[in-house]
Design a protein around this ligand. Structure first.
Ligand SMILES: Nc1ncnc2c1ncn2[C@@H]1O[C@H](COP(=O)(O)OP(=O)(O)OP(=O)(O)O)[C@@H](O)[C@H]1O
Ligand SMILES: [Mg+2]
Length: 248
């Protein structure tokens, strides 16, 4: 096993954002989107990020996913200053220690559930022998073991989103980022997806950031933060918990 869950073990935050600023420059115009974001997320916490359209939610999520560099500020994941890494190191870090769930779950259509989950393992260099076990474990977390050989285009919308969650989980990430994970689901399936997120945060001690417009989804998170006029307000700082330094 690699250095999985180091942050959880040391009791430090998995995610630490300090004075993060993002300014877009296009032609003559500069747009200050993020004006000084501060945020900490500990293992096992699920933080909702809300805010009106254009407030910078996607911008923040792209930065947290190391897809977009901030103009200034500090961003650490498990103590690693990720914007100080080289591009290949950033890609490896993202592959091995982060998981992503998007609104449209972009599964490989003509492939089975197994193959969809195997891909991130191949990219992360996980040995062939170890893959079936990891894939089954991730599917169990979303109660879809029985669909393992199903082609993904024969799944329901709710099942597809659960496969997308399993795919985000399969590399046992410390940090999961979700962008409107319930955006295309009905109420019942949204509830279910959030049930699984809560279970994963709790049992696998994964830190999660969930961008959502939906108040019901946000209410299922452990904390709610709002992006307003370039600042993140609300519950941006966790209440330290006794068990945060516990081993798995
Ligand atoms: N590449 C870019 N260049 C210039 N401006 C940009 C760029 N990307 C986003 N913006 C601007 O930054 C602001 C925040 O955009 P962002 O997409 O982060 O908002 P959002 O909160 O995700 O909105 P929505 O809820 O509609 O998805 C907007 O005013 C947008 O026009
Ligand atoms: Mg957006």
């Amino acid at each position: 096993m690699s250095n999985y869950k180091i942050a959880g073990k040391s009791g430090g935050p998995v995610v630490e954002v300090a004075d993060l600023i993002k300014t877009y420059v296009s032609g003559e115009e500069t747009i200050s989107v993020l004006k000084g974001i501060n945020l900490k997320i500990f293992a096992g916490e699920m933080v909702a990020i809300m805010g009106p359209s254009g407030s910078g939610k996607s911008t923040l999520l792209f930065i947290l996913g190391i897809f977009l560099a901030p103009t200034s500020g500090v961003y650490k994941v498990c103590g690693v200053d990720v914007f100080n890494l080289s591009r290949p190191q950033q890609a490896a870090f993202r592959r091995e220690r982060m998981g992503f769930v998007f609104q449209s779950c972009d599964l490989l259509e003509n492939s089975t559930v197994y193959e969809n989950l195997e891909l991130p393992l191949i990219y992360a260099g996980v040995r062939r022998r170890e893959r079936p076990h990891r894939i089954k474990e991730a599917l169990q977390r979303v109660s879809l073991e029985h669909r393992i050989q199903q082609p993904s285009n024969r799944l329901s919308g709710g099942e597809r989103q659960r496969v997308a969650i399993a795919r985000a989980l399969v590399n046992q990430p410390e940090f999961i980022l979700a962008d409107e994970p319930t955006g295309q689901l009905d109420r019942e399936n949204s509830q279910r997806v959030m049930d699984y997120f809560a279970k994963i945060a709790d049992e696998a001690h994964t830190a999660m950031a969930v961008v959502t417009h939906d108040a019901t989804t946000a209410d299922r998170c452990t904390r709610i933060c709002m992006l307003q006029d370039g600042f993140l307000v609300g519950d941006t700082t966790p209440i330290p918990r006794e068990d945060q330094s516990q081993d798995l």
